[in-house]
Design a protein around this ligand. Structure first.
Ligand code: UD1
Ligand code: CA
Length: 503
């Protein structure tokens, strides 16, 4: 332990089954606010900069270990083969570091609202009191299910009693055990080795470490958390939802204090890992996940979900869904746009209604306003992609790239069959299937030429509203023609003139 380190080790207890969750997912892997419960506990402990972080795993161990490797590769999993209680779990962790000395923070893995400040205050109190075992407590309105802190007449802690083992008098106590402890490694090792299973659950309770220390005259302490909400555990789905709500309220409060407008906090969800800068506006129904950042002056929502995206200054993202995408300054997205990974919209670009993009760079000021798919594409500056254009990027086996130059005008309903390049300043004719490069400044036309079959409606659809409208529009001559037609639907006559004349 270096002089700066407040604790020698952090031990997170995460081997329990979490039966009350009634879920195949291990309890500590349930997610809230963009992190697992375990991730929140580790994040709260991270500023303590402990040299060693141990996570006791057991139930669902493969999943928990895989998650740990992904989110906290520095933490070391320690296997508790059988879940014999929180005291046993802490003992298993200490056995893994037999030479460890100094204060150790032991924390339940199911306390996702813990903050660095709360943990730091506990560690500071432990060292200030010269205590060998310090427990974090909280005064709560409803202590149901939690361990009670029994204090003596002098106010000093005497014991922690689990609800199932408590007398009626003890159950009336509203000061509860938070499941967070700082203890000197040597002392803890010794007292854990002596724990019995003589209790209602037949487990070795970590909470039973306190009483024998008191009896032996060792200095112990019980420190109340400043905000009792910090220490709330999470044992079932209702508590998970409640903790998620609390966490989100904290995130939104901090954003609003900093100057972000949140029009409807009840329907706005921002992960703890996302960042929204002062001066941004979040409209109702917005969800910002992962590493999403929203710059000043940007407006997101209503009803928009963004994951791992960046939104530039003054940009607008309206009723859209986006993942791993960049929206440049003053760019405009939506309504109803779907930005998939690898989308990069430069400044003042526009992706409009019912447009899907993927692996697509849209240059400065370029527009894809309506009903298009832009996949595996680079679009230059100042280009316009007409409605219902499709970047045909997939031949069923491989994906290919399309390059659109600066100031290109792609006509509506163009199919751009990749790989293909449309040069700077080029046009494509509406309805074209572009399979060959279009040189700069050229007009690419790739569609059948139109022919009009005169009088077709009068001959083939006599008596219809269309025929009447046509007759009215073309005058008496048309009526005369209509009169000479057979009254019944005959077999179609050969078209005239034939299509071969028109190609
Ligand atoms: C525990 C405390 C209780 C406290 C409450 C705060 C005990 C005996 N009781 O109760 O005083 O008020 O937390 O939320 O500790 N675990 C293991 N291995 C095991 C058993 C548990 O790693 O064999 C882990 C769990 O994964 C969990 C933590 O220890 O993270 C606490 O276990 P849990 O069953 O949730 O204890 P509670 O009944 O909530
Ligand atoms: Ca618990």
């Amino acid at each position: 332990m270096s002089p700066q380190q407040a604790v020698a080790a952090v031990v997170v207890l995460a081997a329990g089954q979490g039966t009350r969750m009634r879920s195949a997912t291990p309890k500590v892997l349930h997610e809230l606010g963009g992190r697992s419960m375990l991730g929140h506990v580790l994040a709260a402990a991270a500023p303590l900069e402990a040299g060693t972080t141990l996570v006791v795993v057991g139930s669902g161990r493969e999943a928990v270990e895989a998650h740990l490797a992904a989110v906290a590769p520095g933490a070391r999993p320690v296997l508790q083969e059988e879940q014999r209680g929180s005291g046993h779990a802490a003992g298993v962790a200490l056995d893994a570091v037999p030479d460890l000395e100094g204060p150790v923070l032991v924390v339940n893995g199911d306390a996702p609202l813990l903050t660095p400040a709360t943990l730091q205050a506990l560690v500071a109190a432990h060292s200030a009191a010269g205590s060998v075992f310090t427990v974090l407590t909280a005064e709560v309105d409803d202590p149901t299910g939690l361990g009670r802190i029994v204090r003596g007449a002098d106010g000093a802690p005497r014991a922690i009693v689990e609800e199932k083992d408590a007398t009626d008098e003890q159950r009336a106590i509203r000061e509860v055990n938070a499941g967070v402890y700082v203890a000197n490694a040597g002392t803890l090792r010794r007292v854990l080795a002596g724990l019995s299973t003589d209790n209602a659950q037949g487990e070795q309770y970590l909470t039973d470490a306190l009483a024998p220390l008191v009896e032996g005259g060792a200095p112990v302490a019980a420190v109340r958390a400043e905000d009792p909400v910090d220490v709330l555990g999470c044992n079932d789905q209702r508590e998970l939802a409640a903790r998620r709500r609390t966490l989100n309220d904290r995130v939104l409060d901090a954003l609003m204090v900093a100057g972000v407008t949140v029009v409807d906090p009840a329907t706005t969800w921002v992960d703890v890992t996302a960042a929204v800068l002062p001066g941004a506006r979040l409209l109702p129904g917005v969800q910002l996940h992962g590493t999403t950042t929203v710059a000043a002056g940007a407006v997101v929502g209503p009803d928009t979900t963004m994951t791992d995206c960046t939104v530039g200054e003054g940009a607008t993202v309206l009723r859209s869904h986006a993942t791993q995408s960049e929206v440049g300054p003053r760019a405009v997205v939506g309504p109803f746009s779907y930005l998939r990974p690898g989308t990069r919209l430069a400044a003042e670009a526009k992706v409009g209604a019912f447009v899907e993009t993927k692996n697509a760079v849209v240059g400065e000021g370029s527009k894809v306003p309506h009903l298009s798919y832009v996949g595996d594409a680079t679009i230059g500056r100042g280009a316009n992609i007409g409605a219902a254009t499709v970047f045909v990027n997939y031949d069923g086996v491989t994906k290919s790239h399309t390059t659109i130059g600066d100031h290109v005008r792609v006509g509506s309903d163009t199919m751009l069959v990749a790989p293909v390049t449309v040069g700077d300043g080029a046009y494509t004719a509406a309805g074209s299937v572009i399979t060959q490069d279009v040189p700069p400044g050229a007009m690419g036309v790739a569609r059948a030429r139109q022919r009009n079959v005169a009088g077709w409606v009068a001959r083939r659809r006599p008596g219809t509203a269309a025929a009447q409208a046509a007759a009215a529009a073309t005058g008496a001559a048309a009526e005369g023609t209509a009169g000479s037609r057979p009254a019944s639907d005959g077999p179609d006559r050969p078209a005239e003139p034939g299509p071969h004349h028109e190609q």
